[in-house]
Design a protein around this ligand. Structure first.
Ligand SMILES: Cc1cc2nc3c(=O)[nH]c(=O)nc-3n(C[C@H](O)[C@H](O)[C@H](O)COP(=O)(O)OP(=O)(O)OC[C@H]3O[C@@H](n4cnc5c(N)ncnc54)[C@H](O)[C@@H]3O)c2cc1C
Length: 284
């Protein structure tokens, strides 16, 4: 199918984009890499009167080092993240997750901001952003506000970004020297996560000193496995100790049941994948 006819705007500054959005109101839809939105338009699941393309707004793209944080512009592509030594050095979990997203063509077009605002519970960037304690800078007609990760994801495909607003950048606290791994369970290559787990840990003298664990597709939003994080601290980075701590990985989750697996199967997967992700992140 081809999309319903729409007007197209390609602003070159953030202010201009906000102006176009304010004028068009609820009939406007923002396009970033188009990797989720274009299929939606083609299937006519959404029929905006105006599509506002963020692709020419240079200020929304790029990765900068702000001392304690990395700042990732919303229009930064997955490929930009993979090419960044700063992200590799200070937020390795993001690189590990992005490596598993789709294929090189989609990673070349798809953006970090687009993926986060789209908020597909099977998307691979949300759980790592949550685990790393990212902050989301949202800009609207009234100015800028910063939303912590645990308040950004509201529900299935729903975030704190409101009508007329744009996600402009993501601030990621540095986790320098932390090990990281993203364990994604799929049946065929390039598939969306049936369940995935992102873990990043700081090992000190053979023991886990700090741990952050995020779960993908274990509920309507990305989730933190806080019980596991707490149970891991102070334990030796050994198979037995990590297995015991990861037994609680599915606690507080509400996974879907679908053709790829039942909710119970996903709970089992979460436990197994969390153990694997933590052990790999700890280099054990
Ligand atoms: C075949 C295929 C396989 C895929 N496999 C995976 C996978 O394995 N893992 C995975 O995580 N993803 C996967 N994806 C999705 C991909 O990651 C998309 O790139 C991503 O979900 C959306 O990013 P985008 O830049 O293309 O956003 P778009 O499609 O342009 O936009 C997505 C949504 O976000 C809104 N939006 C975009 N940017 C902003 C902004 N700055 N402010 C406010 N609203 C904004 C848009 O209005 C739209 O509603 C796949 C996609 C395809 C087509």
């Amino acid at each position: 199918m081809i999309p319903v006819q729409f007007d197209y705007a390609a602003p070159t500054t953030l202010q201009e984009a906000l102006g176009v959005l304010a004028e068009a109101g609820e009939d406007a839809k923002v396009i970033a890499g188009g990797q989720s939105l274009l299929p939606i338009l083609r299937m006519r699941l959404n029929a905006p009167e105006k599509v506002v393309d963020l692709g020419r707004i240079e200020e929304l793209r790029g990765i900068t080092d702000e001392g304690s944080h990395l700042v990732i512009g919303a229009m930064t592509t997955y490929a930009d993240v993979l090419a960044s030594s700063a992200v590799r050095d200070h937020a390795a979990l993001l690189v590990e997750a992005v490596k598993t997203v789709a294929d090189p063509q989609i990673r070349h077009r798809g953006t970090v901001g687009g993926a986060l605002v789209h908020a597909d519970p099977a998307g691979d960037v949300g759980a790592p952003a949550l685990a790393l304690g990212a902050e989301f800078v949202i800009t609207g007609p009234g100015g800028e506000r910063t939303v912590p990760a645990d308040e950004f994801f509201r529900d299935l495909f729903e975030t704190a970004v409101g009508e007329g607003e744009l996600l402009t950048r993501i601030r990621v606290p540095k986790h320098t020297g932390w090990g990281a791994h993203y364990e994604k369970f799929v049946r065929v290559a390039h598939q969306w996560s049936i369940v995935a787990v992102g873990a990043t840990v700081r090992v000190d003298g053979g023991s886990i000193a700090e741990a952050r664990v995020g779960l993908t597709n274990m509920g309507s939003t990305p989730l933190r496995a806080t019980a596991v994080e707490q149970a891991l601290v102070g334990r030796p980075a050994t198979e037995e100790a990590v297995r015991e701590a990861c037994a609680a990985a599915a606690e507080g989750t509400d996974p879907p049941s679908d053709l790829n697996g039942s909710a119970d199967y996903r709970r089992h997967l979460a436990t197994v994948l969390t153990r694997r992700a933590v052990l790999a992140a700890a280099g054990a």
